[in-house]
Design a protein around this ligand. Structure first.
Ligand code: C2E
Ligand code: MG
Ligand code: MG
Ligand code: MG
Length: 285
């Protein structure tokens, strides 16, 4: 059938809509079952101090280990989980897994570094539930709050800044630090940013990608780092894939880096092996 203004285009439209809706519905059912079976785990990506190559933190990234479909990355299900109110339960599974591993590495004397967990905007909206969940999990694992960091994307921080500032303050009072994720993609008001009691900015990887080839991106990254330093925030560059990017970022004073150049996100067992063997990390030259 041809697309146009006639009734046939309406038909195509509804068929496509129907197929999409059916897909979403199927995904929703699969997600609910996976949550019941606790199929969500945390993978870990190390965060490296740029000048020393030391591991100074790690980010927990959700992975769905499906018995039928294998490993599924978050891009395939986060939106549906948010839309159908399943994100809290999913996040709790990730947070528990992240804290369980982190506590284990502390107890084994392998690593005493914080783990950063991603929190969706919706959860910041439901702040009471978020705080209760975090308190409960930290208590269950007897984990000191300074070993937990929460990441909030710039866009969700800025969509309801008054509420987000308040939640970040409540978390900070508990000893949990917060980071703004995907910085540069979310239209920050700098006067609002200044009021967030955060400890860290994470430069979105879309800027890091071409930092050595696009002078515009290089200038933006420099400005973000200068601003972070002036506001006394740590700054992490995400998505560092090449030695040239590492060299550049070191040269302009970026404290920490995270990316495939150092390590892909790893299952807990592989992260533990990395703490045991301490492979040399790429260093700036
Ligand atoms: P994010 O929080 O910005 O996480 C960084 C993403 O960049 C991760 O993708 C990571 O695998 C990827 N990455 C890291 N280094 C490199 C690199 O050098 N090159 C490239 N190309 N990619 C790199 P992932 O794990 O697929 O997660 C995607 C997004 O899904 C995350 O972006 C975050 O927004 C969301 N997400 C992940 N886990 C959770 C979670 O537990 N809860 C919530 N609400 N969202 C999550
Ligand atoms: Mg993140
Ligand atoms: Mg990010
Ligand atoms: Mg992202």
């Amino acid at each position: 059938a041809k697309k146009g203004n006639g009734p046939s285009s309406f038909l195509i439209f509804t068929e496509e809509m129907g197929a999409k809706a059916q897909q979403t519905l199927t995904m929703q059912h699969r997600l609910r079952r996976a949550l019941e079976n606790e199929e969500f785990v945390s993978y870990f990506q190390p965060q490296i101090e740029t000048r020393s190559g030391r591991i100074v933190g790690m980010e927990a990234l959700v992975r769905w280990i499906s018995p039928e479909h294998g490993l599924i990355p978050p891009g395939a299900f986060i939106d549906v989980a948010e839309e159908f109110g399943l994100i809290d339960t999913m996040c709790e599974q990730v947070l528990r897994d992240a804290c369980r591993w982190n506590k284990r590495w502390q107890d084994l004397g392998l690593a005493h570094v914080p783990v950063a967990v991603n929190i969706s905007g919706r959860q910041f909206h439901n702040s009471r539930q978020l705080l209760t969940m975090v308190d409960t999990v930290l208590r269950d694992f007897d984990m000191p709050p300074q070993y937990l960091e929460l990441e909030l994307t710039e866009s969700s921080a800025m969509s309801d800044p008054e509420n987000a500032i308040n939640v970040v303050r409540l978390l900070t009072e508990r000893g949990i630090s917060c980071a703004i994720d995907d910085f540069g993609t979310g239209y920050s008001s700098l006067s609002v940013l200044k009021r967030f009691p955060i400890g860290k900015l994470k430069i979105d990887r879309s800027f890091v990608n071409e930092v050595t080839t696009d002078p515009g991106d290089a200038a933006i990254v420099c400005a973000m780092i200068a601003m972070a330093n002036a506001l006394d925030l740590k700054v992490v560059a995400e998505g560092v894939e090449t030695q040239d990017q590492l060299n550049f970022l070191h040269g302009v004073g970026c404290d920490q880096i995270q990316g495939f150049l150092m390590s892909r996100p790893l299952p807990g067992e592989a992260m533990e092996a990395m703490f045991q063997t301490r492979p040399p990390m790429p260093m700036p030259v």
